[in-house]
Every structure is written in C-alpha cells, then in structure tokens.
Design a protein around this ligand. Structure first.
Ligand SMILES: Cc1cc2nc3c(=O)[nH]c(=O)nc-3n(C[C@H](O)[C@H](O)[C@H](O)COP(=O)(O)OP(=O)(O)OC[C@H]3O[C@@H](n4cnc5c(N)ncnc54)[C@H](O)[C@@H]3O)c2cc1C
Length: 585
C-alpha cells in the first residue's frame, strides 16, 4: 500500500511571512545600529542565573496530555487568557497587525525558535539552569532533521543518521540520557558507479582493482597532476575537489554526485562547504587512513558510531523530555509571525499556534529557524530581500519502503554515483539498529534531493515508488512483491547550499542580526552551515550556557562551532565500561 504525503510537510502549513507595520532595520555593510539607541557593548554582565525569576509556565499555557503532540515531546497550549491588541503603533517599537484577539502566554527568559537539535540543546541547558524557556516548533514533533518516523513497526530516520562526536562532555550526557538504549553500530558503505560497487570512503586500492585498467591509470595520473602542479587559487568546490582527487575521479563521481545532491554546478559552490562536509582532505589521506593504526580517524572514516535503539529521533525525544522535566515548555505546530521590538531589543513575539494567535514576552530570542526566515522576521522583508538568493536550501524527499524480506542491502548505505539516477543514497535502517523493522523484516529508504516544484516534488508517493523500482532495478535491487507499504517524508531545508557568495552574505546577515542585542541565531539552518547534529547540539548548549552566565556568545562565535574533523573512535571515547555488554546494531 502506498500513502501520499502532504505537499506542505507534516503540518500542512506553508511558510508564513511576518506582517509588520514598523519600517524595518536596513542591512548595512557599515558597523553600528542605524537608529534606536546605541548598542550595549557585549561585555560581561551580571550572572543571569542570579537574576532569574522563579520558573513558571507562561500564563494561559496548559499541558494537555490528551493531545498527540505531548506523547512525542510536545505541548499544546490551552485557551488561556486573551489580551487585546495594542491599538496604536508605539514609537520606536515594532507592532503587530492583528486580525484577532491574542492569547497572552506571559513572559519567559528565553524564547527558542525551532525544536531541532540546536533548539533542544539550548532549551535543555537553559531549563536545567533554572531559566523559563518556551520552544516554538513548526512541526507536530520535535527533533528537526533528526526525527524518526514510525509506522506499523517500521522506523525511518530522515536520511540515516549516525551520532559521532569528539566532545567527551557531550558524549557523556548522551550516554547518560539514553542508557541501554544506545547501541554501538558499525558502518559499512559503498558507492554504486559504472555498474560496480566501490568501498566508501574511497580507497585507492579498491578503485585500482575495480575500475577498468585504462581508467584507473588515467585517474592516478590526473590525481598526481593535481597534486604536483599548483594551479590558480581554489575558488569553487570544483577546484577544491579536482585538485585533491584528480580531474578523472572528479568527473566520474564527485562532480556528478555533488551536482545531483546540491542541484547546482560544483563550480558555483563555495569550497568552504567541502571542509565542513568532507573530512578526508584528499586521495592520499584516504590511502593513509587505510593503514593508520594509532591515528585518530577523520569523521568520514569513523568505523563505529552511536545509534539509539529506536532511531536517531529517540535521542532527541530524550533531550526534549529532559528539557520538559526541567521546566521547559514545548509548543509544537506553531510558528513565530512577528517580533515586537523596542530599540535594539526584541521584547515579545507573536506566534501562530493551533489555538490561534498568541503573544509571549521574552528577555532573549534564540533562533534556529532558517536564516532567511529570521531575517524577514527580525529585520523586515526589505532587509531579507537584499540577501534573497544568498541562502538557498536544497529540499530532499525521503521515500520509506517497508519490506517483507529480512534484508534489503549488503551495506548500511550506498551512494548512488550515477548522475543519471535521481536517488542520492539508499539506506537500510535495520543495519543501524535491529529495532528499526519488525522481526524477520527490513526496509529501504531512498533519499531524493530535488528542486522546489520539480517532478520529484510534485509526484505522489505511488508514482515515486514506481520510479524508485526502476532506479533500484538499474542498481541491481529488485523489490519484487515484497513491498508492504511506502510513504515519503519531506525535508524542505535539508541542505544549506553553500554558494560562492555565501560566506560573505552570511557575515553580513549575522552582523545585521547582531545589532539586535538579545537575539541569537545558530544551528544548521540558523547559522546556514553544513553541520552535523553534535555541532548543532553544542551550539545550543553554548548559547544556553552563555545566557545563564550573563554573556551570550556572538552569532559569529556560535556559527564557528562545528564537528571535530579528527575523531577519537567512539568506542575509545565512551570507554569499555560504558559499552560493556552493549549489543551491536
Ligand atoms: C540526509 C541527512 C543526513 C544526515 N546525517 C547525519 C548524521 O549521520 N549524523 C549527524 O550528526 N547529522 C546528520 N545530519 C545533520 C543533522 O540532521 C543536522 O545537523 C541537525 O538536525 C541540525 O539541527 P538544527 O536544530 O540546527 O536544525 P534542524 O534539525 O533543521 O531543526 C530546525 C527546526 O526548526 C524548525 N523550524 C523551521 N522553521 C521554523 C519556523 N518558522 N518556526 C518554528 N520552527 C521552525 C524545524 O521544523 C526544525 O524542527 C544529516 C542531515 C541530513 C539532511
């Protein structure tokens, strides 16, 4: 059976635009605010923890155990009290254009926008430190891109995830939170190309053995040429990759795969992205990694990883539960519609919630929602338009196929190197945890990167499954009569596309937002960086700790947090005691 997915994501909502009356702050390359009072310097402030008021639920909010979102880490707001809209715009402040009466949710110390790893990391830290926190999440469940969708005993991540970190403190927290539900999984991955399967990460000897001999020789010569002959400065991902892996390998696999994934020519992509995504710097490093014994491996080479028994989403459900039990409120199915601003401070936000518009006063806004959305909300559509096009996202549709057979693939995941096929990656969730499918059965997940409004975006799930059968057939995977059901999940902001102009545009956007002294933006979407979940969590924790210490890190400091590229293998970090007796996923 095939079920159709909604066009607009699980909530069925379309992106909303803020409606504001006040003229927006303009983006400017010069320093300092353009109007309003001068900025308060970012110097040390009295410890926030001492100034915190006793924790309380926002007025009008109630926990509703009868509603679906609660069981999965969310909270619905009750009807609450209603405050009339202010009748006139206040000088020097942003006001809402109100069409209905607005529920007053009271005031919080921190309003966290987005309930993915970054937002949850912040909420968890803040609530544990005694701050009153409200998390506003667009979807019905929290977890962001790390959610796991469950149906009839089958569970699917949004793209298979691995939890890897070199941060011992974070690892400790994760291990404590998940306890026996954390499995140690072993990776196995490959690239399907030219009708063959190559090991991934690419291994020079494997390439030499499996590539046609003439091609292997040409690949080697072009690699040596790239290394020995210094060319012009590296300006694009194409320059970066062909210099490091050789033109032949670039044209064979890296170029076509990159273009399929990102939807733009690798010549238009910033080389900055390569450093964030690919932790193996070149083919020589790949060769050394094969024989390295004592060295810390690059992230790409990590052989083991931590994985929650019930999918990556389980980790973030635990974090959400920890945040909630420390007093944080999670409001799902809701979005911010506008901010109230006085000078350089945001004082309140107007939210759209399932129960209608609501207003919450806040001391600080910690945003992890997509950067273009925040620019629009905080600085106004005019400022957002100035940077329009600088921060595009590449959507991915995940086709989840429940099977009636015990195994789907020989490896955990497989990159589809052929540029002509639309699938980016195939995954078998059960290879990460045996609990991802019912006993004796397995499943397959296909990642389909696409452009907004293209044929993949428009296709129904039944159509998508038929196309998938064709592509899988070309890759030697025959689903036969074993499909029990299939459904797709959409991630409209799966990949922040790092164009060549992105670093400069990001610097301008972060500086402009930094003029609002009590607003911070971070996370994969908020900092517009290609980061993994551990870095997103660490950004959130850093923002939360900074708030509690009375000294919020700057947007730029938060954006610099990223996953360590050199890793100590997970097993040695966690330590033999913690992992003793733990089953392997
Ligand atoms: C295919 C794929 C595979 C990946 N594999 C791995 C992996 O193996 N290991 C790993 O560590 N990481 C992996 N990642 C990356 C990981 O998913 C992200 O780093 C992490 O989810 C980022 O967390 P975040 O909170 O910054 O952003 P997100 O997870 O995107 O969370 C942002 C949240 O904000 C919400 N939101 C958006 N707009 C609004 C709005 N207007 N109002 C309210 N809420 C809003 C979203 O619904 C979402 O919940 C992968 C990502 C993808 C796409």
């Amino acid at each position: 059976m095939v079920r159709d997915s909604p066009r607009t994501g699980p909530t069925g909502r379309r992106p909303l635009r803020a409606r504001v009356l006040h003229p927006p702050l303009r983006l400017d390359r010069t320093r300092g605010p353009q109007r309003g009072r001068p900025l308060r310097p970012h110097g040390p402030r009295p410890s926030r923890a001492r100034r915190l008021r006793p924790r309380a639920h926002p007025r009008g909010a109630r926990l509703d155990p009868g509603r679906g979102a609660l069981g999965e880490g969310g909270l619905r707001m009750g009807t609450g009290s209603r405050a009339p809209a202010p009748p006139h715009p206040l000088p020097g402040s942003r006001v809402f254009l109100l069409t209905a009466r607005v529920r007053d949710l009271g005031s919080v110390d921190a309003l966290v926008l987005g309930g993915g790893p970054a937002g949850l990391g912040a909420a968890w830290t803040l609530a544990a430190g005694g701050a009153r926190v409200l998390v506003v999440e667009r979807e019905e469940t929290v977890g962001g891109l790390c959610r796991t969708h469950a149906r009839e005993g089958y569970r699917f991540d949004m793209g298979g995830h691995r939890f890897i970190t070199a941060d011992r403190d974070l690892l400790d927290r994760v291990v404590r939170l998940c306890g026996d539900d954390l499995l140690l999984a072993e990776r196995s991955s490959e690239v399907a190309l030219l009708g063959r399967r190559f090991r991934y990460p690419l291994e020079p000897l494997d390439l030499a053995r499996k590539l046609p001999p003439g091609l292997a020789l040409r690949a080697l010569l072009s690699y040596l040429r790239g290394r020995l002959r210094p060319g012009p400065p590296v300006e694009s991902f194409e320059d970066w990759a062909s210099r490091r892996f050789g033109r032949v390998l670039y044209e064979l696999f890296i170029g076509p795969y990159t273009e399929k994934l990102w939807g733009v020519s690798p010549a238009a992509l910033s080389p900055e992205w390569a450093g964030q995504r690919i932790s193996v710097p070149d083919l020589w490093a790949a060769a050394r990694a094969l024989f390295a014994r004592g060295d810390a491996p690059a992230r790409t080479h990590a052989k083991t990883f931590l994985y929650p028994r019930l999918g990556m989403g389980q980790l973030f459900e635990r974090i959400a539960a920890a945040a909630r039990s420390a007093g944080a409120l999670l409001l799902t199915g809701s979005v911010p519609r506008a901010f109230e601003r006085r000078g350089t401070r945001l004082n309140a936000a107007l939210l759209e919630t399932p129960e209608g518009p609501a207003r919450v006063r806040t001391d600080t806004v910690l945003s992890t929602v997509p950067l273009p959305c925040l620019l629009d909300l905080a600085l106004g559509p005019e400022a957002a338009r100035e940077l329009e096009g600088a921060f595009p996202f590449r959507p991915v549709r995940f086709l989840n196929i429940a099977l009636d057979r015990p195994e789907a693939l020989p490896t955990t995941w497989c990159y589809v190197g052929e540029g002509r096929l639309r699938a980016g990656r195939l995954q078998e969730p059960k290879k990460r945890s045996p609990h991802m499918a019912p006993p004796g059965r397995s499943s397959l997940m296909i990642e389909l990167p696409h452009a907004p409004g293209d044929d993949i975006d428009r296709a129904g799930d039944a159509d998508l499954l038929e196309r998938a059968r064709g592509e899988l057939g070309a890759l030697g995977v025959d689903l036969g009569d074993d499909v029990r059901f299939a459904f797709s999940v959409r991630a409209p902001e799966a990949y922040p596309v790092h164009l060549r102009g992105t670093p400069a545009a990001r610097a301008r956007a972060l500086a402009a937002l930094g003029r609002l002294e009590n607003l911070r933006t971070f996370g994969r979407q908020g900092a517009f960086r290609f980061i993994f979940s551990d870095a997103a969590l660490r950004m959130g924790i850093a923002a939360g700790e900074g708030f509690l210490a009375g000294r919020l890190p700057t947007n730029q400091d938060l954006a610099r947090v990223q996953s360590a590229q050199r890793l100590t293998e997970v097993a040695s970090v966690v330590g033999p005691t913690v992992l003793a007796g733990r089953e392997r996923g």
